[in-house]
Design a protein around this ligand. Structure first.
Ligand SMILES: [Fe+2]
Ligand SMILES: [Fe+2]
Length: 257
């Protein structure tokens, strides 16, 4: 088990990466879970399913009591994000779920009662108050899911980017902080070209983040971008001319050829 890492600490806020167990590497795509604490209250981001629950829950308790989790933020609906939700709600009884208003109706299928404790995020995003801190929920639709959101904390200036910025490593390779961006690109390229919907979705997201002072980008898979690498990552995304649907036709034709 790798130790958790406090990515940023500012004015009573702590943004924490909740570790990884190397044994997970052989089982499925590696996932990152994060906790933001604002003094004694907290929000969990994409806490994941049964594969990681024990590790995430134990690590979280080094920083906060489960009853002080006020929100569980779900960037979208994938199993690596929502499949442990009923477990999480039983251990964090005061948590309210934040999810797109396009995806809440699917949660009863993972055993969650959506009549209580669900805050539906509208297409334009919203702000939420955590112990006095105004967190911004930023629209990032079709990157890759319809009804897809990111979370930005204006105090630590950390931006949780869900699947955007994800990297998939070959066996035996892994690191949590990006050091050499040029080297790191090759682990992101295939994922973004396959999973992100199209170039237009990237452009709309770039408009959404204009003016945000981002010091760290923390994705749900792969590695964290700090300092200069934040700008390098955004520039790299701008340089992707075609992703997803932009490439589908030629990909289908090449397979049938
Ligand atoms: Fe996803
Ligand atoms: Fe994911």
């Amino acid at each position: 088990m790798i130790e958790p890492l406090v990515l940023a600490e500012e004015k009573g806020n702590k943004f924490v990466w909740l570790s990884i167990d190397e044994a997970e590497m052989d089982k499925g795509i590696l996932t990152n879970q994060y906790l933001l604490t604002v003094k004694d209250k907290g929000i969990l981001m994409d806490p994941g399913g049964p594969l990681v629950f024990e590790r995430v829950y134990d690590t979280m308790q080094k920083f906060i009591k489960p009853e002080d989790i006020e929100y569980i933020f779900l960037s979208h609906e994938d199993p690596d994000i929502v499949s442990g939700l009923s477990l999480w709600l039983s251990y964090c009884p005061n948590a309210k779920i934040l999810i797109s208003d396009l995806w809440d109706r699917f949660l009863p299928h993972v055993g969650v009662d959506i009549k209580i404790n669900v805050i539906r995020i509208p297409i334009q995003g919203m702000e939420i108050n955590l112990n006095g801190d105004e967190l911004k929920i930023i629209p990032a639709h079709f990157l890759h899911s319809v009804g897809n959101f990111h979370l930005y904390d204006p105090i630590t200036k950390v931006y949780f980017s869900g699947d955007l910025g994800a990297a998939v490593f070959p066996a035996g390779k892994w690191y949590i902080i990006v050091d050499d961006f040029e080297e790191h690109k090759k682990y992101m390229e295939g994922f973004h070209k396959k999973y992100m919907a199209n170039r237009k979705a990237i452009e709309l997201w770039l408009n959404q983040i204009q003016g945000l002072d981002i010091k760290i980008i923390a994705p749900q898979h792969g590695s964290v971008f700090e300092g200069e690498n934040v700008k390098k990552f955004i520039d790299w995304l701008k340089s992707l001319d075609k992703v997803g649907l932009d490439l589908l036709e030629e990909e289908l034709n090449s397979r049938s050829a």
